[in-house]
Write a protein that binds this ligand. Sequence first.
Ligand code: G6Q
Length: 554
Amino acid sequence: MNAASTRPAWQALVTHHAHIGSVHLRELFAADPKRGTRWTVSAAGLHLDYSKNRIDDETVALLSALARDCGLRERIGAMFSGEAINTTEHRAVLHTALRASPDERLWVGGVDVVAEVHAALARMAAFSEQIRGGAWRGHTGLPIRHVINIGIGGSDLGPVMAHEALRHYSQRDLDLRFVSNVDGTALAEATRDLDAAQTLFIVCSKSFRTVETLTNARAARAWCLRQLSDEAAVARHFVAVSASAEATAEFGIAAAQTFPLWDWVGGRYSMASAIGLSTMIAIGPDHFRDLLAGMRAMDEHFRHAPIERNMPALLGLLAVWNNDFLGAATQAVLPYEQYLSRLPAYLQQLTMESNGKHVTRDGEPVGCGTSPIVWGEPGTNGQHSFHQLLHQGTRLVPCDFIGFGQSLNPLPADGSRAHDSRDRQHDLLMANLFAQAEALAFGKTADEVRAEGVPEALVPHRVFEGNRPSNTLLARRLTPHALGALVALYEHSVFTQGVIWGVDSFDQWGVELGKVLAEKTAAELAGADQARPAHDSSTAALIQRYRQLREERP
Ligand code: G6Q
């Protein structure tokens, strides 16, 4: 496989960058009064304005040519049709099948995966309704009121993000909690005020071998049995989500209480699968179906729209442009929507675990920068902290602003909660979003600062050079459908970036390494043998120090 940077289209972009690299967004906007409406695209209920990127017609044409040269269209076809595009693990990549419509058929290894998905969704829906309606009774006959999802990484971040994002639609008398960290504090704090008789644990683990999750699940079972004093209680208070029914049975959760997963669903792409059981319990099956519909709408757009009008492809190509040609190492995601507070963390895993790779699918060095470092916080909070660096720091940080036309909690000026008067508080929130993106792009020149009467000594401090790229995503309101479209948009943007760089976006050997290393060291810490373990001198000394500290009196 040719490294991306050796392709003619890449080289053409290098040459093109030499011309446009020094052109300011102020000039680009002045040269084209229609720029702000021309560089936009709408799909699946989302509207993307990408005009505040340092691009012109030629940039977009060259990026599209690069995408064609790298076979983006063919790779999209290969993914949707179930080819084993995760080559290092010999797996199909079919998270799109999780939201396929029930009348579709997709055969993988002689099995219609869409039929399997819908059978699982029906089981999830029936179980969710039993929990929500109180028909499912705990061991002592009481209804479930607390649901604790135990899982980590891809078996946690999607459910956590979706629970927060869709809290507005959730059944409020059900309390959902999430335990991921193997730090015992996570489980202790999640259970400390709960009655086991009214608590359900969902143990989410695709492999059901992940040490953090199994350790927490065992501790949860012990907590449950301390209160309920009967092994039979486990059957009423534990369900599992896993691709391995054998492993869940070994743990003590029967097949009837295990919801399926398949090896063609990657952890970080699994929130639409049974890993989303907690989401469905919270918001109900109908809203969950809306979430899937939003994803499906974006899937269809990605599959069929021409590259130049394809929202995820454009977002991905712009990320490559900013990363590899403008030298931006990081990417900020700034939702101006409190409910999306966990979206940056979710996108961190999606992006960095998928494309944080140093070799191509053939095992050759990639020869260019790959995944940007993703980070972010909801606006306006970030404005009062790290936006300083965004505006005046020495590093270029492209930003994705995300906002909505309507708040889910309109607050009229008089403080009452009537829905018929203007929501000034939401106007204020969105005014901040627009102002930030505008200031980043256009900045403020020294002459403009002087014209404000600022003393000469302060002028350099008050100058904003601008020319800082951003995308703005808008939708009417944060619905399950909009969230689904947003998640699928980023999934496919990440896919596009991976295709350009030629990496396997669906393996995670770096994560696997952590699992193996921790197991070895944990065995040493648990062992009675106090001999100095076989590590480098720093690690060995730290382990010894830890052994001393853990024996000290409080
Ligand atoms: C995601 C990764 C990783 C995984 C966790 C949990 O794509 O593979 O984050 O989700 O390590 O794995 P299990 O679901 O198998 O416990």
